[in-house]
Write a protein that binds this ligand. Structure first.
Ligand code: FAD
Ligand code: NAP
Length: 545
């Protein structure tokens, strides 16, 4: 450890992406607390530090996939995005700018991984161990570890026997990869594969894509940002943020107040076409029952299938690409820019890895029931052990030796998706059972960070030492989460949202689908009632609710 860093802190924060950076700023600069961020990477950025694969960009429009006036009005005015959906290098530059502007790096320990965190009952502190051999102690432990930060590398037989280079998109080499003249296998066609495949196809001699489940990919509609658009957005920022905070998914789009089957078919098609032309997630806002009613959903699903059939020349390939086994938006729909046309290229082959599953990786390629596909390189675009994967790797142990992974063996149990009984003074930013990945995440990150900062201020003002959910509040939140989930079509897809991508993982919807605005209201109400549902204890505690 460097001499300057105290080992007894007010707070340890794990992770230096959007969440950790904003949390550090609030703790240190707003509350005047001592805080240290621990980060595995050697710089800030989180998702945007690790995911450097060709084509990586956001699917939330740049102007609202950035910090709001809560962080800095000046930065909002000064920063100008160049593209409607910014690419990875630009988002990383943005986060580096935030770190510089608020002088955050001096309280971030880079190149260091938290290996364990245990609650010390006698001291009333968290003990946080790192792979550098440090033991830090802190009153509060705040996880900012991200929902998509532990890669999923499937255990294909023979995986390590492959003689060529292999890459996971979530751990992409910083120096880039040159596929010129190579035969490349890409496994996975989620949002990542959909961004990467057209780029690799431009370069490689041949690309073989292994698709297990086709997705409803939506036209991305990316384009440069004009100075006029930039000015208009800056002039309207206050209204835009107000809207993002109040909508269901944290996007400043209004959902039309009509059901899909209430309008005639030709009119419905026109509505879909108009939303399609706008690009991005607008299609999801065309009717208010797409996530609730299977027949309504099918109208959007069929519209998207028809788009695939229009764009892919070979009808057999088009049918392989057309999803039929799950409703639209029950998996996060990838935004595509020329993805379907990629399958009209001579140098791209699509393999149906559902009909003929991958049986093994050989020293020279990928073998399915149909035979071996010889390749020079393999790209795993196989996603993440989302939401809980990274949290469990922190080896968090709470009161009486209770492990977080053990407590959640039957699925997450949280209060508001931010705290869990048995783990005093632990806050999980964008934790399971909060809106997190079912939203524009920056809006949810800001909401969580602000809520935690306000809570810590309250505890300090009241002289409270410890905060922890009470059993009834946690049970109530889990029941509410399940009830809201069951009213939607989301459990019907085998998505990472329900943990279905990881063999043996508990199946339940991990993010909260009750809506960003509704959720914010609930959290604000809890705070206004003196942190209702939490037991507050210690020197000056006034309430155990
Ligand atoms: P992260 O950015 O994941 O940062 C977490 C950090 O914690 C990482 O740097 C990691 O190294 C560190 N960490 C984890 N464990 C440890 C440990 N034990 N010790 C030390 N450090 C640790 N969301 C959207 O809303 N819109 C989008 O357009 C969008 N696009 C995305 C595109 C891609 C390719 C991916 C993968 C995700 C995307 N997301 C998007 C989700 C994205 O993860 C969030 O928007 C956001 O970047 C998360 O920020 P975070 O700080 O919470 O977590
Ligand atoms: P993903 O959505 O989980 O997709 C992983 C892909 O790998 C799927 O096609 C999956 O098939 C396949 N796969 C996994 N294991 C496999 C196996 N054993 N055999 C064959 N195929 C296998 O992961 P992702 O594409 O990295 O995206 C994750 C999330 O990150 C997105 O949903 C999104 O939230 C975010 N993201 C956003 C953007 C953006 O546009 N801004 C870009 C990238 C990522 P199945 O579907 O059958 O499981």
């Amino acid at each position: 450890m460097s001499e300057a860093v105290s080992t007894d802190l007010d707070a340890v924060v794990v992770g230096a992406g959007f969440s950790g950076l904003y949390m550090l700023h609030r703790l240190r600069d707003t509350l005047g607390m001592s805080a240290l961020v621990i980060e595995t990477a050697d710089d800030v950025g989180g998702t945007w530090y690790w995911n450097r694969y060709p084509g990586a960009r956001c699917d939330s429009e740049s102007y609202f996939y950035s910090f709001s006036d809560r962080l800095s009005e000046d930065l909002l005015e000064e920063w100008t995005w160049t593209e409607r959906f910014a690419g990875q290098p630009e988002i990383l530059r943005y986060l580096q700018t935030v770190a510089e502007r608020f002088d955050l790096r001096r309280d971030i320990r880079f190149g260091t991984t938290v290996t364990a965190a245990s609650w010390d009952e006698d001291a009333g502190r968290w003990q946080v161990d790192t792979d550098a051999g440090d033991r830090l102690t802190a009153r509060f432990l705040i996880t900012a570890v991200g929902c998509l930060s532990t890669t999923n590398l499937p255990e294909f037989p023979g995986r390590d026997s492959f003689r060529g280079p292999t890459f996971h998109t979530g751990l992409w080499p910083h120096e880039g990869v040159d596929f010129t003249g190579q035969r490349v296998a890409v496994i996975g066609t989620g949002a990542t594969g959909v961004q990467l495949i057209p780029e690799v196809a431009e370069q490689a001699a041949h690309v073989t894509v292994f698709q297990r489940t086709p997705n409803y990919d939506i036209a991305g509609g990316n384009h440069p940002v004009t100075p006029e658009f930039d000015r208009r957005i800056k002039d309207e920022y206050r209204a835009i943020w107000a809207r993002t905070r109040d909508t269901a998914f944290g996007f400043p789009y209004d959902v039309a107040e009509r059901t899909a089957l209430s309008v005639p078919e030709d009119e419905r098609r026109e509505i879909f076409e108009e939303a399609w032309a706008q690009g991005g997630f607008r299609l999801g806002t065309t009717f208010n029952d797409l996530l609730l009613d299977a027949d309504a959903n099918e109208t959007a699903a069929e519209f998207l299938r028809s788009k695939i059939r229009e764009r892919v020349d070979d009808p057999e390939v088009a049918e392989m690409l057309a999803p039929k086994d799950h409703p639209f938006f029950t998996k996060r729909p990838p935004l595509e820019n020329g993805y379907y046309e990629t399958y009209n290229r001579e140098n791209v082959t699509l393999v149906d890895a559902r009909r003929t599953p991958i049986e093994e990786i050989t020293p020279t390629g990928v073998r399915t029931a149909d035979g071996e596909y010889e390749v020079d390189a393999i790209v795993y675009a196989t996603g993440f052990d989302a939401m809980t994967g990274t949290l469990f790797r922190l080896n968090i142990t709470g009161r009486d030796g209770l492990g977080l992974a053990d407590k959640w063996a039957g699925g997450p149990r949280t209060y508001l998706g931010i705290a869990s009984r048995g783990f005093p003074n632990l806050f999980m930013l964008t934790g399971p059972q909060s809106p997190s990945v079912l939203s524009n995440m920056v809006v949810s990150i800001e909401q969580h960070v602000d809520w935690v900062a306000d809570c810590l201020r309250h505890l300090r003002e009241q002289g409270v030492e410890q905060i922890e959910p009470v059993a009834e509040a946690e049970d109530g939140w889990v029941a509410h989460h399940d009830e809201v989930t069951d009213a939607t079509l989301l459990p019907r897809a085998n998505s990472w949202w329900v943990g279905a991508n990881i063999p043996g993982k508990h199946r339940s919807l991990y993010p909260y689908v009750g809506g960003v605005g509704v959720y914010r209201g609930i959290c604000d109400d809890v705070a206004a009632k003196g942190y209702e549902g939490f037991a507050l204890s210690g020197a000056g505690a006034t309430a155990a609710v």
